[in-house]
Design a protein around this ligand. Sequence first.
Ligand code: ZN
Length: 135
Amino acid sequence: MNKIEHIGIAVNELSRANAIYERLLGVAPYKTELVEGEGVATSFFQCGESKIELLEATRPDSPIAKFIEKRGEGIHHIAFAVADIKAELERLKANGFVILNETPKEGADNKWVAFLHPKHTSGVLVELCQERNNK
Ligand code: ZN
């Protein structure tokens, strides 16, 4: 694990949350992106070395819609940057973590991503991400 790459925050309404985080961080989002497969619209803010990812559900069966239904808006996941996502997943599996998608999938912001079950990480959904042009 190299660093905290970003923190994902589930929001009801991306345009409204964008305005709030723009005021909070003093910068505009550097990118907004639709991830069809996950049913989410995202925006990214740079904050020093790390990023904030805002996530709005685009359909009712989106994981973000389900999250907000249960828990309301708030921190959804913490993402760690890794150099080799497959090797890292093997290491974590050998250490007893449960991986939600064993094959890394294409995530937002040009990343390969995989998630760990929050049951084994003190209730926090953990994302691993690797730059897609990297491998
Ligand atoms: Zn993320």
